[in-house]
Design a protein around this ligand. Structure first.
Ligand SMILES: Cc1cc2nc3c(=O)[nH]c(=O)nc-3n(C[C@H](O)[C@H](O)[C@H](O)COP(=O)(O)OP(=O)(O)OC[C@H]3O[C@@H](n4cnc5c(N)ncnc54)[C@H](O)[C@@H]3O)c2cc1C
Length: 474
């Protein structure tokens, strides 16, 4: 039996999601993970609208929404006083909310979706070496103390922060740690707290961040005093209650389900591709959890990579298309690191001038639609248009205001047109008639991942685009 096209290393949310994206593209794959089973802790909680749009295309968004909790905005407090409530209703998506779904539930759902297609994860299988040739990638996989060799056309490392795929294949990254420490618990919380919004409380002793979930509330608290540091490793529920009471006495912490401590590593890989080897998710980027971008960014990496692998496999385009994966997604990783770093600095500052500016901004500017829209669309990753990519005519696309068409995303390119046409198109493009297009254009070309590629008035411009990007037009 021949080996599958792709080996996915790591069955966290990113590796599992990649499997589902590859299924949509008709590629065969195997998923391995060195652990004995999926995560049981809640880790990443916030699912953003762009991830929901992907899950809609993959066919299980209704089930995800059923299992999660819709969160509609953010309540911001300073020293116990409410500064403002910022709603998410200006997110440019039909999913104009955040879905609170603990990572263990996300992984369970993704595993169930894979199982419906007969795919299971090979648990307790660890990648231990990797070598590539122009034809394939050979890996050693350790199972039951034995190493066995296999070859695949491509290998994708979704193997997290300590990625072996990244390190063994010579991909490098730049890292630095932020001097901030946090405690995180999932607990029953009562008192003055909104259960339909995220709650962010700024405090000189250290900020608190609370996300409502179905059965409990995720509470993250910044630890900034020497007295509290000693509790970082083992924090008893009563100590945690005291830490919270010192900052925000208006809530009570009841039952504690889970706790963990963390500090922030900011890392970004220099390249997400080395030949036939790719990395995605935490293997490529890690950053502050402020803004809930980690898992969501990884899921978008896989959505970007899968259709490109599909087209290359089917011989519809040259292998050079795969370079655009790192080009496009690394730029997004860079932006996410920068944005989440700034948010963290803003939320944790004790500088009196910065604090006053922050609180003034939240109190007054956050009511302006233009500010709310920018923040909400930025955090939900709805404002992406891959402006550094040769695959997007970004000036046109920005001007049109229509950066993506999630309703058309899937496995093919879509050409929206105002007029019937007899032009013969390759099988990977479908044509759809519409009544109106932005910029008074006659054509709008949409990538398989839903992002707008270009507008045109003449079909020859569309053919020229594909030719220039090395697509096979027969
Ligand atoms: C306590 C905690 C809280 C968090 N909270 C948030 C949050 O609120 N919001 C947010 O966005 N993010 C949060 N994160 C980060 C989020 O969990 C990650 O961004 C997300 O899990 C990344 O998914 P991944 O699939 O890339 O990597 P991982 O989830 O790390 O999965 C990698 C998998 O690869 C496997 N693996 C590693 N090496 C090998 C190998 N050599 N062979 C085979 N398998 C291998 C591992 O066993 C693991 O299962 C949190 C993380 C933690 C730990």
């Amino acid at each position: 039996m021949s080996n599958p096209d792709v080996l996915i290393v790591g069955a966290g949310p990113v590796g599992l999601n990649l499997g589902l994206c590859l299924l949509k593209q008709g590629l065969s794959f195997r998923i391995i993970d060195k652990k004995s089973g999926p995560t049981t802790s809640s880790n990443a909680v916030g699912v953003n609208c762009r991830t929901m749009e992907v899950w809609e295309s993959l066919g299980f968004i209704d089930e995800a929404i059923k299992r999660g909790l819709k969160v509609h905005g953010t309540s911001l407090y300073s020293d116990s006083e409410l500064l403002n409530q910022v709603k998410f209703d200006l997110i440019e998506s039909k999913h104009d909310f955040m879905l609170a779904l603990p990572q263990a539930h996300t992984e369970k759902l993704l595993l169930e979706e894979l199982a419906k297609n007969g795919i299971t994860v090979d648990w307790e299988h660890e990648l231990t070496s990797i070598n590539q040739s122009p034809e394939d990638v050979t890996v050693a996989i350790k199972h039951n103390e034995k190493d066995e060799e296999f070859s695949y056309r491509w290998v994708v490392g979704c193997d997290g922060y300590r990625s072996s795929v990244r390190d063994l294949s010579g991909l490098t990254r730049a890292c630095h740690d932020l001097p901030l420490h946090f405690l995180m618990v999932d607990a029953e919380v009562s008192g003055e707290i909104s259960t339909s919004t995220v709650n962010i409380l700024f405090h000189d002793k250290g900020m608190i961040f609370m996300i409502p979930m179905r059965d409990s509330i995720r509470v993250v608290v910044e630890i900034s005093t020497d007295e509290e540091y000693k509790h970082l490793k083992t924090c008893e529920p009563d100590t945690f209650r005291e830490i919270i009471a010192k900052r925000y006495p208006k809530i009570n912490i009841g039952r504690v389900d889970w706790s963990s401590a963390f500090y922030i590593h900011e890392c970004l890989a220099d390249n997400y591709r080395n030949g036939r080897i790719f990395i995605a998710g935490d293997a490529s980027h890690t950053h502050s959890p402020m803004g809930g971008q980690g898992m969501n960014t990884g899921i978008q990496d896989t959505w970007n990579l899968a259709w490109k692998l599909g087209q290359v496999k089917r011989g519809e385009v040259a292998d050079t298309l795969l370079d655009s994966y790192s080009l496009e997604r690394r730029a997004i990783g860079h932006d996410v690191l920068e944005r989440s770093g700034k948010l963290t600095t803003m939320a944790t500052t004790t500088n009196p001038i910065l604090k006053r500016l922050r609180n003034f901004g939240i109190h007054h500017l956050a009511d302006w639609d233009i500010v709310r829209s920018k923040v909400a669309n930025g955090l939900s990753q709805s404002n992406i248009c891959y402006e550094n990519s040769p695959l997007v005519k970004h000036e046109q696309v920005r001007k049109s205001g229509q950066l993506k068409y999630p309703e058309y995303q899937g496995d093919k390119w879509t050409l929206l047109t105002l007029e019937d046409s007899n032009d013969q198109l390759p099988s990977y493009i479908r044509m759809i008639n519409v009544n109106q297009l932005p910029l008074h254009a006659h054509y709008c070309l949409i990538r398989p991942d839903g992002y707008t590629a270009m507008y045109a008035n003449d079909i020859t411009e569309i053919f020229e685009y594909f030719r220039k990007n090395h697509f096979n037009l027969k």
